[in-house]
Design a protein around this ligand. Structure first.
Ligand SMILES: Nc1ncnc2c1ncn2[C@@H]1O[C@H](COP(=O)(O)OP(=O)(O)OP(=O)(O)O)[C@@H](O)[C@H]1O
Length: 234
């Protein structure tokens, strides 16, 4: 579904990604792990069109993402939930979700999409009239993911969905990711919480200093000495 080849990207003269190759197949959940400043967020930004690679190719179901105007990247089926959730705090859950269905096609299937999101996250349905800014961090994360799902994406990009949440809520967020994955959606998820993320993804990439250092199935990553020593404290 998604194919990155030799992607280089950065900010001005600073290079943050070096020749990144990455594949996500339809129906898979794929993790990206690595230390602070490794380039994980930059990778998400480059896939969602927020920044342009200086070199390399990105294809979504064969379509050249780099040649696609940034505002059309959502219509390729790529939805991005950034680390800072940025809901509209004074709008209700319902209205925040409505914002996610901004494209013409999504607007016409608004009621159906809303049902899909509420089926996945029943708690959002209970709180649909509550102002988003008054919800807990975990509920806001659910709302941000729900809003991204309103565009009926094929690929969901989650950037550190557990960041800043209490341990018990982190658990709930990973349960959500499991449910999203079970619904058949393809997911690419960046996480610092290596132990947890490897429980919910099929495969993962380890990125360090802008370079893919290792990749493999979750079981292979859990068994890898590099991952165990640096990220699992074993
Ligand atoms: N807007 C920006 N302008 C300049 N440099 C940036 C910008 N955003 C990120 N960087 C730099 O790019 C490098 C990669 O950052 P990135 O945010 O992609 O890493 P990360 O792996 O997501 O880190 P973290 O886990 O801390 O979020 C870092 O050296 C960072 O300082």
């Amino acid at each position: 579904m998604l194919e990155l080849r030799a992607v280089n990207a950065g900010y001005g003269t600073f290079q943050a990604l070096f020749d990144v190759d990455l594949d996500v197949r339809a129906g898979e959940a794929v993790g990206v792990i690595g230390p602070n400043g490794a380039g994980k967020t930059t990778l998400m930004r480059v896939i969602s069109g927020l920044i342009r690679p200086s070199r390399g190719s990105i294809r979504m179901e064969g379509t050249d993402v780099v040649a696609t105007p940034p505002h059309k990247i959502v219509s390729l089926g790529i939805a991005h939930v950034p680390e800072n959730r940025r809901l509209f705090p004074q709008l209700s859950v319902d209205d925040n979700l409505k914002m996610g269905a901004f494209m013409k096609e999504a607007r016409s299937h608004y009621a159906e999409r809303l049902e899909v999101v509420f089926d996945l996250f029943p708690r959002l349905k209970e709180r649909r009239h509550q102002m988003a800014g008054t919800m807990s961090g975990g509920e806001q994360q659910m709302c941000a993911i729900g809003r991204a799902l309103m565009s009926n994406p094929k690929l969901l990009l989650l950037d550190e969905p557990s960041a800043g949440l209490a341990p018990v809520v982190v658990q709930q967020v990973f349960e959500l990711v499991k449910r999203i994955r079970a619904s058949g959606l393809t997911v690419l998820i960046v996480e610092q919480n290596v132990q947890q993320v490897l429980k919910v993804v099929d495969r993962a990439y380890l990125i360090e200093a802008g370079t893919i250092r290792a990749s493999g199935t979750s079981a292979e990553m859990l068994a890898s000495d590099t991952v165990r020593e640096a990220y699992l404290g074993v």
